[in-house]
Design a protein around this ligand. Structure first.
Ligand code: PLP
Length: 431
């Protein structure tokens, strides 16, 4: 397996980073690589090492880096100005396209990041209900707000429904407003929702939680209890939106929430995300409809930014092209199958979890249906695998392979070969 060459230029950049950035980085990934350029399904670092990019900027670059149509749309808007704070035609057209594509979307409110989108989705649900509490699932990731960072990755999971904060700095009172349920356990979730129905403002869930698919009937059970109690069901589709299908996970799984949070793909690689949802709930973003006392305050300097909206629109147009999702799913499936074959060949206790556009390897052969199951996988081996494939020429996130429509058959074949070599080495190191 080849070793990454680190140039003097890259070493100097890293030294400068350590002086001005806590931990020497942006806080996003555990590995220390400085990327300077990307094209289609590949990226290059400051030492000119080339990687197959299965990180995709943590997901937004679904049509690959530097797609000609996206670039043209961005450059056209940049030549006219970067941001205005008031309405612009690109943003309005993007909202129209989201409403056409996404089943739950009657109206759209733009923000800049996925964290804001889930934060405002929860706030608007609470405003609609006039109630404070939110039920989320253990292991579910909804970004960085005080409400989201509860029992996302507890080292010692507690008793349901008590929440465990995932970070220092969250006011202690907030944990009392978040109830935690086990993912994929419909009976427990439904009984908690029933028990706390008169306190709950909303229920938030990742339809596919990290890499864990929903068990048959799980999302349907949430839909049913949400309808029965009138509690808004929020799908966090920041990752799954426009990725699992053009209409997101709600199209893929055939379960429609009341509100969803979208991010990543919808901004085409630029800072844009949104809350989208049912008319009567979204009305709470408009004081003239619901009255000042029940209205949600929300503004953002870059909300609906025209450059980001142009990039998002161009990205969605590419995704609407014939055969795009078939190609994406076929490429991802080939990579998943290649990895599964290597796991078997090398006799490893591991499995591939997720869907073709987005998945990861988990070093356990036990069936995983929730966070506690995933916790039992061998994370040291997961880390070792990531180190080995990075050295071999694959960039991926700590917990995810993202596949794009720009990855060629050759990218996938080479990816399989790099992963196979890494898994062979892991098997060797174990003996
Ligand atoms: C499911 C989910 N929700 C929310 C977020 C937060 O999005 P952002 O990083 O844009 O704030 C992420 C980010 O990866 C995510 O995966």
């Amino acid at each position: 397996m080849s070793q990454r060459n680190v140039s003097e230029t890259e070493t100097a950049i890293k030294e400068r980073a350590r002086k001005v950035l806590p931990g020497g980085g942006f806080g996003n990934v555990t590995f220390d690589v400085v990327i300077k350029e990307g094209k289609a399904g590949r990226v290059w670092d400051e030492s000119d090492n080339e990687y197959i990019d299965f990180l995709l900027g943590s997901g937004p670059m679904l049509v690959g880096h530097g797609h000609a149509d996206v670039q043209a749309a961005v450059l056209d808007q940049v030549s006219k100005g970067a941001t205005f704070f008031v309405n612009n035609a690109h943003g309005i057209e993007l909202a129209e396209e989201i409403c056409k594509a996404v089943a739950c979307a009657d109206k759209v409110r733009f923000v800049s990041t996925g964290s804001e989108a889930t934060f405002y989705a929860m706030r608007v649900a609470r405003a609609y209900r006039g109630l404070d509490k939110i039920l989320k699932f253990e292991g579910g990731f909804h970004g960085m707000s005080d409400y989201a960072l509860m029992s996302m990755a507890p080292a010692r999971p507690g008793n349901f429904p008590q929440a465990t904060p995932d970070t220092a700095g969250i006011p202690s009172k907030i944990r009392d407003d978040i109830l935690i349920a086990p993912f994929n356990d419909a009976d427990t979730a439904v009984s908690l929702i029933r028990e706390h129905a008169d306190e709950l403002g909303g229920i938030i869930v990742e339809p596919l939680q990290r890499m864990i698919p929903p068990a048959s009937g799980f999302l349907e059970a949430l839909r049913e209890i949400a309808t029965a109690t009138g509690i808004p069901l929020i799908f966090d589709e920041v990752v799954t939106g426009f990725r699992f299908a053009y209409g997101g996970a709600q199209e893929y799984y055939g379960v429609v929430p009341d509100i969803c949070a979208l991010g990543k793909v919808v901004g085409g690689g630029y800072p844009l995300a949104c809350v989208a949802g049912r008319d009567d709930i979204m009305a709470h973003f408009d004081a003239s409809e619901v009255g000042a006392g029940r209205a949600v305050k929300q503004t953002g300097t870059l909300s609906g930014n025209p450059v980001a909206a142009a990039a998002g629109l161009a990205t969605l147009e590419v995704l609407r092209g014939e055969g795009t999702y078939e190609y994406l799913f076929a490429s991802g499936q080939k990579l998943m199958d290649g990895l599964t074959a290597s796991i078997t060949k090398h006799g490893l206790q591991a499995q591939i979890m997720g869907l073709p556009p987005m998945f990861d390897i988990l070093f356990t052969s036990d069936k995983v249906i929730d966070y506690r199951g995933a916790m039992k996988s061998d994370r040291t081996l997961g880390k070792r695998f990531n180190e080995l494939i990075l050295a071999g020429g694959i960039l991926k996130g700590d917990n995810k392979f993202y596949v794009s429509t720009a990855h060629t058959d050759a990218d996938i074949d080479e990816g399989i070969a790099i992963c196979d070599a890494a898994l062979a080495q892991i098997a060797d190191e174990a003996t």
